[in-house]
Design a binder for this molecule. Structure first.
Ligand code: MRU
Length: 352
């Protein structure tokens, strides 16, 4: 029996701490990181020690609780302004995953609501909200798994499913999004054969997704990103499923760099390309993918990703962390509320 992966854990009560599984150390070592203030959470998000859109949102919500600890023995007004300030600060950690802003908005609303006038009581309400964000995400993952498995119930046993980056338990408060679908298919006996893109430059597929799949004894094969076309051409891929970091009102979806090229390849080979994401990943305020802020990261991640120089140190580097797949290339978005086939602004608005 597979034991759950402890991606994020809150230990204690309002004066407790956040424990993160440091994903930069995987798969080599299981290292746990104890965060006792909002700065440490900001750094953990920025440095990808915790990563994946839903997990970033959950970590930030707990980060707000840590930030609030500094105002436990003040007045309620001081507590409120402290929380709003910490929310604004944590919002600067990474720009693309909308789950971060969605979770911080929920925390701000709790901080500002009328009611208790005691800072400790307000801190306990904030912790309850962070815990709710965490457990709701686990439930959304489970529902995504069910809807996805229903959608693919007719796939022949042993079908090839290709995924990119890591949209599993490490990226969420539950079993994941794209990987939750694979886990549920495996539980239903469909024996998916999973192709895992290594996901340059930081190798979330190679380091994290294979690790999760192998723990669950799911058949998986690692490929370099530039092998996907060849594997598709060989007829070994029946479906592509990835996660998302932000989905615009019209269905254009930002996900880890390389997702767009996979969608183009899938289209060229007549293979359906699906996104799996909770409704917290939708950003109805953004009409199209053109408006999604794309994070650009340090060139060092490419030139010296894991310590060894693989290019001249001073070479100019272009390193966007995400790309946007147009809705026209997406066969469907699997959410906790059901599947939006061939997403359009109207279909998405109806579901939301
Ligand atoms: O830079 P990362 O590792 O945070 O990027 C993560 C992804 O792109 C995931 O596919 C996405 O967040 C969905 S996680 C369920």
């Amino acid at each position: 029996m597979h034991s759950p992966i402890p991606t994020l854990m809150w230990q204690g009560d309002v004066d407790g701490q956040l424990v993160l599984l440091d994903q930069t150390q995987l798969p080599g070592a299981l290292v746990f990181l104890e965060c006792t203030n909002a700065d440490e959470v900001w750094i953990a998000i920025q440095e990808l020690q915790v990563r994946g859109a839903p997990a970033i949102g959950i970590a930030a919500a707990y980060g707000v609780c840590l930030g609030a600890q500094a105002a436990l023995d003040t007045e309620i007004e001081a507590m409120q302004s402290r929380v709003l300030q910490v929310c604004d600060y944590l919002a600067t950690s990474r720009p693309t995953a909308v789950n971060l802003f969605w979770a911080l908005e929920r925390m701000k609303q709790v901080a500002q609501r009328a009611g208790s006038s005691r800072p400790r009581q307000r801190a306990s309400e904030l912790l309850a909200e962070a815990r709710a964000i965490h457990s709701e995400d686990a439930q959304m993952c489970a529902a995504i798994g069910q809807h996805g498995a229903e959608l693919f119930s007719d796939l022949p046993k042993g079908s090839g499913i290709l995924t990119h980056c890591n949209a599993g338990a490490l990226a969420t408060g539950g079993e994941g999004t794209a990987l939750a679908v694979l886990f549920e298919l495996a539980r239903r006996g469909q024996q998916p054969k999973v192709w895992v893109d290594e996901t340059r430059p930081l190798l979330q597929g190679a380091r994290l997704t294979t690790w999760e799949l192998m723990q669950r004894e799911i058949d998986c094969t690692l490929i370099c990103d530039n092998m996907a076309a060849q594997v598709m051409q060989a007829g070994a891929v029946q479906v592509v499923i990835t996660g998302a970091d932000r989905i615009a009102a019209n269905g254009d979806s930002a996900n880890k760099i390389g997702t767009y090229s996979l969608a183009v390849l899938a289209h060229a080979h007549g293979i359906p390309f699906y996104i799996a994401a909770p409704t917290s990943t939708f950003d109805p305020a953004i009409a199209t993918g053109n408006e999604i802020p794309i994070e650009h990261r340090s060139g060092r991640e490419i030139v010296q990703g894991f310590g060894k120089a693989i290019a001249p140190e001073d070479v100019p580097v272009y390193n966007p962390a995400f790309d946007v797949t147009p809705a026209s290339l997406i066969a469907g978005i699997i959410t906790e509320r059901g599947v939006i086939s061939q997403p359009t602004t109207e279909r998405i608005a109806n579901l939301l």
